[in-house]
Each structure stands twice: as structure tokens, then as C-alpha cells.
Design a protein around this ligand. Structure first.
Ligand code: CP
Length: 328
């Protein structure tokens, strides 16, 4: 059996802490201050059947930075799935060609089904509204780095998760990952109808965290350490939902006025990206660009060392990373 990364459900706190430390070791290689060829000869299959910029490119770059090479396919049109090939057959065939696979698919559960049929490690790069575990790992890595810079600790921190918490796979994975750690205060704000699934709230509460749900950003939140905002995922709406949510209130926008009024100079603002920059969008305003509290681009950068750590661990080369390393 190959080890896969399909869901945060399979991760222990010890394993997550190990990956955080491993990602730290990857930083000089991610920034190309050092070079390693530890995955030379290995091939990654990077299969994306849903739109992506960060996940696809950063997995590709992470594998390349470890010395491996990458085969990409994007969209169903250029895959034989367009001719009716099943996930099972695609998986069996790909497992004979490559050493690891990253798969993004629009259907929840499709990546797990794919992983059952192959001999090589499979990483869930996002399965519909299901999970996005590597994003949650890089989000936690970002929080830890930002907190170290600010002299803060994760224990007891207050995090606000806002936006489309119903369809946002990044927040589904992140809230489960956070729940593995010492008690936190988590406030959830979403438009009515787009709330965090109940079973996730119950899971986090059962692990001793303080979870509160609200319908607006208008009131005071006290001391917020992290604001994690997400895009309203209109592409996952049914026709009926599109009508219901046609005019979502602008009250859900995180912008400079909200930060200046409600937050402290040490509150950090995160977003998995992409943020919606079209007129009428409801997530994260561009008026925060240049504000040091805006951590979104540092967060995106952290995708490389974290994804290098994931590959190094799943492909069992982490003990050899530094052995043949060279300074650039
Ligand atoms: N955060 C994230 O998954 O971004 P992409 O959709 O661009 O991969």
C-alpha cells in the first residue's frame, strides 16, 4: 500500500508537526539558495481536472526543486476521460508511468476512489467541495511562521474563518487540522445558507475548541489573531442557489476599514486565493495590498516548501535531502 495524502482525517498531530519541521528544512531549497537532486529520475503526474494556478504550479515547482520531472494534464478535454475512460483505468495506467500523482477533480471523493486503484502515492489537490489537505498544511505553516515573527503562540489564538464556508474545501481541511492542536477560539462568519457543515463544527467543538457562528462581520470580535477569508464559490451553486445568493451583502468583505476598526496591528489576513476581483465580489478587498498584515502572498509562497516536504516524506527521501546538497 502506498501512503497517500487524501484527507486531514488521516493525519496525527505528531505527523503534522513533523511536516512543519520538514518544510522549514526545505526553505533554502525552495528559495534556491541550495540545490538538491534527491528526486532525480522520479516523475510526477500532475492531473488537474478543475481550474488551478497555485496548487498545480507549486506542486510542479516543488517536485522540480527536488530534482524530479513532471508530466501535466489540465482539463478533461485533453485526457482520455473525454472518451469515457474511468477513474479506475486512468489510475491503473498512470501508476505505471509515474512515481507520484497529484489529482484535482470536481467531484468530492473522486481522488480517494482514484487512489484505491494505483500503486503510487496520490495527493488530493482538491476534490470539489471536499478537502484540500496540502493547502491546510501550508496554511498552518504560514500561521506558525507569522506567529513566530510576531512573538505569538498558536495555543489560545482567536481565528476568524469567513466567506463561503459551505463549499470552501480549504476551510474544511483547515478547521480539522487546527482541531488537532491545543484549544483555540474559532469564529465562523458566512452568509446564511453558506455555513460551515455542522459535522465539522461538532468535531472541532468535541475536541475542546470554542466555536462561535455569526452572520455578519459588523460586530466587534475582540482580539483577532488570524482572519482567514474565502471566495464565494459561485461555480458550485445550483441554479436555485444562484438566484438566492445573487445579491450577497457587501458586509462580508474584509477590507482596510474592517481591519482598522475591528483588528489589531498584529492581526494577519489570509486567503487561500484566488480572491475574486470582479465587480461585486465579496471576499478580500485590494485596498489591503501593501498592508503588512496582508499575509496572502507569503502564504502562497509557503506552498513550495510545504509541498516539497510532502513529496520528500511520501517518497521517503527526507533523510537524504541535505546529503548531496550544494550551495548556489
Ligand atoms: N489555493 C488554491 O487552491 O489555488 P488554485 O485554485 O489556484 O490552485
Amino acid at each position: 500500500m502506498s501512503p497517500h495524502l487524501l484527507s486531514v482525517d488521516s493525519l496525527s498531530r505528531d505527523y503534522v508537526e513533523h511536516l512543519m519541521q520538514l518544510a522549514g528544512r526545505m526553505e533554502p531549497f525552495a528559495q534556491r539558495r541550495k540545490v538538491t537532486r534527491v528526486l532525480e529520475g522520479a516523475v510526477l503526474g500532475n492531473l488537474f481536472f478543475e481550474a488551478s494556478t497555485r496548487t498545480r504550479i507549486s506542486f510542479h515547482a516543488a517536485f522540480s526543486r527536488l530534482g524530479g520531472s513532471v508530466c501535466d494534464t489540465t482539463g478533461f478535454t485533453f485526457s482520455s476521460m473525454a472518451k469515457g475512460e474511468s477513474l479506475y483505468d486512468t489510475s491503473r495506467v498512470m501508476g505505471g508511468y509515474v512515481d507520484a500523482i497529484v489529482l484535482r477533480h470536481p467531484d468530492q471523493g473522486a481522488v480517494a476512489e482514484f487512489a484505491e486503484a494505483t500503486r503510487v502515492p496520490v495527493i488530493n489537490g482538491g476534490d470539489g467541495p471536499g478537502e484540500h489537505p496540502s493547502q491546510a498544511l501550508l496554511d498552518l505553516y504560514t500561521i506558525e511562521k507569522e506567529f513566530t515573527r510576531l512573538g505569538k503562540r498558536l495555543e489560545g489564538a482567536h481565528l476568524l474563518l469567513t466567506g463561503d464556508l459551505k463549499h470552501g474545501r480549504t476551510v474544511h481541511s483547515l478547521i480539522k487540522l487546527l482541531s488537532l492542536f491545543d484549544p483555540l477560539r474559532i469564529t465562523l462568519v458566512s452568509p446564511p445558507g453558506l455555513e460551515m457543515p455542522r459535522h465539522l463544527i461538532d468535531l472541532v467543538a468535541s475536541r475542546g475548541h470554542r466555536v462561535e457562528q455569526r452572520e455578519s462581520l459588523a460586530n466587534d470580535f475582540g482580539d483577532l489573531d488570524v482572519i482567514y477569508t474565502t471566495r464565494i464559490q459561485k461555480e458550485r451553486f445550483t441554479d436555485e442557489m444562484s438566484e438566492t445568493f445573487a445579491g450577497i451583502s457587501q458586509d462580508f468583505i474584509v477590507d482596510r476599514a474592517f481591519l482598522d476598526k475591528r483588528c489589531s496591528p498584529t492581526t494577519i489576513v489570509m486567503h487561500p486565493l484566488p480572491r475574486d476581483s470582479r465587480p461585486g465580489a465579496n471576499d478580500l478587498n485590494v485596498d489591503l495590498n501593501g498592508d503588512p498584515r496582508l499575509a496572502i502572498f507569503r502564504q502562497a509562497d509557503n506552498g513550495i516548501p510545504m509541498r516539497m516536504a510532502i513529496f520528500a516524506n511520501l517518497l521517503r527521501v527526507e533523510d537524504y535531502i541535505e546529503r548531496d546538497a550544494q550551495d548556489v
